[in-house]
Design a protein around this ligand. Structure first.
Ligand SMILES: *Cc1c(COP(=O)(O)O)cnc(C)c1O
Length: 232
């Protein structure tokens, strides 16, 4: 019995690593960065991908990220991809590599403040609401314009806006999903042109998850956030 469990577990691990290698090589060919979304996975599963070469891991909850960080190698780059409360910024500011989920000026001000205290500049993405679902977080285009035009934003010296992030509708309607990705790409192009023309670091479009990453890459994604496909 134990042996059977062991064998099945090993098979699953090998499968995950095979899946990883295949996905990673397809993304590399397209110059797309893979954020391995490791939420709910134990550190041992992250280590399998680490040994296979993965260094960027995404978590959506601060507490979980903090716990894994102390259990895992120092050269992992931690990306925060989930909704972030201002009172949690302080805990991640000393190490987080990128925050994908900036959806208010208030949050950005807190990130800037905590980054300054930590003596860092933190890379951030503006999260846009592109899906039809009501529940997903994110800015509207007009909210983003207001943020970027504000004096408060222009005075920040400890954050860097590196691009945009969005989640498409959770839907089988691939035409809808594709059109939402196109919307995000258009937002990116507009912001690049209007606010970040001379900023080479403004280059990322974080879109695409396990179920829709291929469409996202076709529509211009530079960074995909993939969990279940890797950790099945
Ligand atoms: C969980 C999560 C993902 C990954 O989703 P999968 O479908 O498991 O690939 C991507 N982005 C965010 C914000 C998530 O919370």
């Amino acid at each position: 019995m134990l042996e059977k469990m062991f064998r099945e577990k090993r098979c699953a691990c090998t499968f995950a690593v095979m899946n990883y290698a295949e996905l990673a090589s397809r993304l590399t060919q397209n110059d797309v960065t893979l954020v391995a979304v490791s939420k709910t996975q134990p550190p041992a599963r992250l280590m399998e991908l680490y040994h296979a070469g993965q260094r960027i891991f995404g978590e959506n909850r601060v507490q979980e990220m903090l716990e894994k960080r102390v259990a895992l190698p120092d050269d992992i780059q931690w990306h925060l991809i989930g909704h972030l409360q201002t009172n949690k910024v302080k805990a991640v500011a000393p190490f987080v590599r990128m925050i994908h989920s900036v959806d208010s000026l208030h949050l950005l001000e807190e990130i800037d403040k905590q980054a300054q205290k930590a003596g860092r500049v933190i890379d951030c993405l503006l999260q846009f609401h592109i899906a039809q679902e009501e529940t997903k977080f994110g800015l509207s285009q007009s909210e983003a314009l207001e943020l970027l035009r504000s004096t408060a934003f222009q005075q920040m010296q400890h954050i860097r806006i590196c691009g945009v992030m969005g989640m498409a509708s959770f839907s089988d309607d691939l035409t809808l999903v594709r059109s939402e990705f196109k919307t995000l790409k258009n937002i990116f192009d507009r912001l690049k042109n209007d606010f970040f023309k001379d900023a080479p670091y403004f280059k990322d479009i974080s879109m695409g998850m396990s179920g829709d990453w291929e469409i996202a890459v076709e529509e211009g994604s530079t960074m995909v956030r993939i969990g279940s496909l890797l950790f099945q």
